[in-house]
Ligand binder design. Structure first.
Ligand code: ADP
Ligand code: MG
Length: 338
């Protein structure tokens, strides 16, 4: 099967200045594939600072990996030129956290939607452009006659974020990266926006990388999940397995801290709510989570555990699971179902 998008052992380290020491590894040795034939919704979850936005920026080609490669249809995205680069920029779209950021207060919504149509030459006439706008707005549940001709201040945050999704949809993308798309939107409108993302996947075959710190929305939206902590994959797999039976102490901590209304699972009663590790982080090569992990042993501070395959579609980077086979090359491709 053709690989649409591939991360191949991608590491991103930010260095502060010319003389800086080690710097921050925001993403470490990350490998996975989105397949062209099997569009999916993948959640990348983790607390603030875990490397989620870095992953999004890398995927979009806004920043380059320090090590490893990101390939689009088999080609390193750093090497894309001419038509291939235009295709990449059209087919890989983004919706960001701030629904206000891309709106210029002096232009109407029409303008925001016309710019990509012109830039990528998507329509031959004004009428065709208008019908494309109508189609995209309708696809996210907005009525074109309510929206077109309006200025940004006349729209709610939820409407703006849906317009952002419509704008991405205009370009008929193959991949949409949504980085915390509902975290700045009123709670009452969140479900609406997430449903429009699901619609893009279901009706238009778009693969969605849904980035969030919120596991409840992830559970409702995604097919599979990658849990990051300080740039490392702690756990990954199919969303039902990981949420219902998390195997990594960090995922357990995240999940136990949420009240789950529709999951047959008690919270805060098992797992880690009580005690933290007595081991201190010496900044070594050990497990990133060890300093917070109540199960941590001395060995956790010296070597970072590989991903152990606890199930066909679930891996965890933890010595508690070392009886399970190690996932070759830490490559998540076959672990994440579509
Ligand atoms: P998240 O989106 O999960 O909050 P980020 O990818 O924004 O995580 O950040 C991951 C880590 O990289 C953090 O420690 C952050 O401070 C650091 N970081 C992010 N962007 C930069 C940057 N431009 N320069 C230096 N450090 C950065
Ligand atoms: Mg972020």
């Amino acid at each position: 099967m053709a690989n649409l998008l591939e991360f191949r052992n991608v590491t991103k380290t930010y260095t502060r200045g010319f003389f800086s020491e080690a710097g921050t590894t925001a993403l470490a040795d990350f490998s996975m594939v989105l397949k062209e034939e099997d569009p999916t919704i993948l959640t990348v979850a983790g607390e603030s600072g875990s490397g989620k936005t870095t992953l999004a920026m890398l995927l979009l080609g806004f920043i380059d990996p320090t090590q490893g490669q990101i390939l689009y249809k088999g080609e390193d995205i750093r090497n894309l030129r001419g038509d291939a680069r235009m295709t990449f920029r059209r087919e890989v779209q983004a919706v960001f956290q701030d629904p206000f950021a891309v709106f210029n207060p002096f232009y109407t919504v029409d303008h925001l939607l016309t710019v990509p149509i012109e830039k990528f030459k998507l329509a031959k006439s004004k009428a065709e452009a208008r019908s494309k706008m109508d189609e995209a707005l309708s696809a996210v549940g907005l009525r074109p006659e309510d929206i077109l001709g309006r200025f940004p201040h006349q729209l709610s945050g939820g409407q703006r974020q849906r317009i952002n999704v419509a704008r991405a949809l205009l370009l008929k993308p193959k991949v949409l990266v949504a980085d915390e798309p509902v975290s700045m939107v009123d709670a009452s409108l969140r479900a609406n926006i997430l449903e429009s993302l699901r619609g893009l996947h279901r009706d238009h075959g778009v693969s969605i990388v849904y980035i969030t710190h919120d596991l409840t929305t992830a559970y409702h939206v995604a097919n599979s999940i990658v849990v990051l902590y300080k740039g490392g994959v702690m756990e990954a797999g199919d969303i039902d397995s990981v949420i219902q039976k998390p195997e990594h102490p960090y995922t357990q901590l995240l999940i136990d801290s949420i009240p789950w209304p529709d999951l047959d699972r008690r919270w805060g009663t098992d797992g880690l709510s009580v005690k933290e590790s007595e081991l201190s982080d010496k900044g070594g090569n050990g497990c990133r989570f060890a300093p917070r992990c109540p199960y941590a042993k001395d060995e956790c501070l010296t070597a970072s555990p590989p991903l152990h395959r606890v199930k066909e579609t679930q891996v965890a980077s933890c010595i508690l699971h070392q009886q399970h086979p190690v996932l070759p090359s830490a490559n998540l491709t076959d672990v994440l179902p579509v």
